[in-house]
Ligand binder design. Structure first.
Ligand code: NAD
Length: 491
């Protein structure tokens, strides 16, 4: 592992917005409280952000409700809605340098990744859904008797959107895109670790000309601001990305008002490498599929199953790649791995590394903290992992790869499915038949064949089993932001 120490050509930007967005106004919290957001690379305070709570959520929900009821958005000509969303995407593109740098400052991800992945994907997502605004339509249905029957897709209403810290700007786009395209209004709560880019996007939305109240943003903490959104009687839907435990809490809190719920949760995704695979591609894919974003990906290929005949060669080569990752200042363009997002995540990952060692897995590279400032952890690879170890069962959400050996396809399938999760999976093979058999047999919402982490706004994403409910992206993601109405008329 190399250490990047020099600051590259990118500089941290000035923070422009730290308030709560209600209607078209930026306000302090009603309580006057603020919280600190921390730079995970230096552990220094970046700034104080307004700490929204129940009263602020109530104001935001009322703003969203009256914007929805007024029809300023839901009844706007769908082409104009699409045009405003395109304008927002254009503004994001014009401000790409600043947004990427702000994302790196708040989250710690390498600037190269923010510029090449997070921003382009977020912009594309807003554009993709802008294009849908005037294209969703119902069906005519040939019912019995003398009736004319048709369906309409209508917006759900006010959508509470609660997002995590691993892809702050991308998750904002994934949530806003389909909701806004269909004419809903939103109250968003960014993660307390990373509120800054979402707030800046709120400014850009106002600059684009979104009517007041269509987008409201309440930074704050989960059990206070988050729970207040979930429990509010005037919120119709909750879209949540984060941990399974929080999703269970949200289900309970949303039960009294029977809100529509979509969840995108965690995973322990199997990445299956057969001996007949293009090993160069599989090794690069295994590295990227696990270490990208410091391992903080819900779909990380964290159970790497390698066929026994190529296991030793594979381990040697993947370890060599892992140890060439460049850890350090995320503003340096050479850096490929930044810090973990905060102290809690850092401690959780170090705990799993400790547990892997204690349970008898072999740590063949990494396993240590790097430096004493910032939450940096070495790229870590364990071999001799068995299915019962915590590192093979639980979501680590960090740069820790577990390699498991297998000897035939049926064994790979049954072990891949031996999990409560079902978000993603990948298979590497040159045998087309095997690829399709695996794709059909693995119980996961996404299966990548000879690739990893390929995302497109048009391709649905979401989990089987305890990895989620509903889908994001694509037309499926859009339908989760509509109610289906059936109209039957006597002829
Ligand atoms: P979390 O689920 O607690 O937080 C995610 C979001 O939910 C944040 O905005 C948070 O403020 C909010 N939240 C928390 N409690 C809430 C409540 N009671 N009501 C409403 N909203 C609430 O996740 P975390 O603590 O940041 O991370 C813990 C673990 O979750 C990670 O280690 C990782 O395993 C997993 N995780 C998964 C994803 C993903 O993309 N699926 C993202 C982040 C974290």
């Amino acid at each position: 592992m190399s250490i990047a120490t020099e600051t590259g050509s990118f500089a941290a930007p000035a923070v422009r917005q730290t308030g709560i967005l209600i209607g078209d106004e930026w306000r302090p919290a009603v309580s006057g409280k603020t919280f600190k957001t921390i730079n995970p690379a230096t552990e220094e305070v970046i700034c104080e952000v307004a700490e929204g709570d129940k009263e602020d959520v109530d104001l935001a929900v009322h703003a969203a409700r009256s914007a929805f009821e007024s029809g300023s958005w839901s009844k706007m000509d769908a082409r104009d809605r699409g045009r405003l969303m395109m304008k927002l995407a254009d503004l994001m593109e014009e401000n790409l340098d600043e947004l990427a740098a702000l994302e790196t400052l708040d989250n710690g991800k390498p600037i190269g990744d923010a510029r090449a992945a997070d921003l382009p994907l977020a912009i594309d997502c807003i554009r993709y859904y802008a294009g849908w605004a005037d294209k969703i339509h119902g069906d005519t249905i040939p019912v019995r008797g003398d009736y004319f029957c048709y369906t309409r897709r209508e917006p759900i209403g006010v959508c509470g959107q609660i997002i995590p810290w691993n892809f702050p700007i991308l998750m904002t786009a994934w949530k806003w895109g389909p909701a806004l395209s269909m004419g809903n209004t939103v109250v968003m709560k960014p993660a307390e670790q990373t509120p800054l880019t979402c707030l800046r996007l709120g400014e850009l939305a106002l600059e684009a000309g979104f009517p007041p109240g269509v987008i409201n943003i309440v930074p704050g903490f989960g059990p206070t601001a988050g729970a207040a959104i979930v429990k509010h009687g005037l919120v119709d839907k909750i879209a949540f990305t984060g941990s399974g435990e929080t999703a269970q809490r949200i289900m309970v809190d949303a039960a009294t008002t029977l809100k529509r719920l979509t969840f995108e949760l965690g995973g322990k995704s199997p990445n299956i490498v057969f001996a007949d695979a293009d090993l160069d591609a599989a090794i690069a894919g295994a590295e990227f599929g696990l270490f990208f974003n410091q391992g903080q990906c819900c779909c990380a290929g964290s159970r790497l199953f390698v066929e026994d005949s190529v296991h030793d060669e594979f381990v040697e080569r993947v370890v060599s790649r892992a140890s060439q990752r460049v850890l350090g200042n995320p503003f340096d363009s050479e850096t490929t791995q930044g810090p973990q997002v905060d102290k809690d995540q850092f401690d959780k990952i170090m705990h799993y590394i400790d547990s892997g060692n204690k349970e008898g897995a072999e740590c063949v590279t990494g396993g240590q903290r790097v430096g004493n400032r910032g939450f940096f952890i070495e790229p870590t690879v364990f071999t001799n992992v068995n299915d019962d170890m915590a590192i093979a069962k639980e979501e680590i959400f960090g740069p820790v790869m577990s390699i498991l050996k297998f000897s035939d396809m049926n064994e790979a399938i049954s072990r891949a499915n031996n999990t409560t999760f079902g978000l993603a999976a990948a298979v590497w093979t040159s045998d087309v038949k095997k690829a399709h058999q695996i794709a059909a047999s693995v119980r996961a919402g996404t299966v990548w064949v000879n690739c990893y982490d390929v995302f497109d706004a048009a391709a649905p994403f979401g989990g089987f089993k305890m990895s989620g409910m509903g889908r994001e992206l694509g037309q499926a993601g859009l339908q989760n932001y509509t109610e289906l109405k059936t109209v039957t008329m006597a002829l």
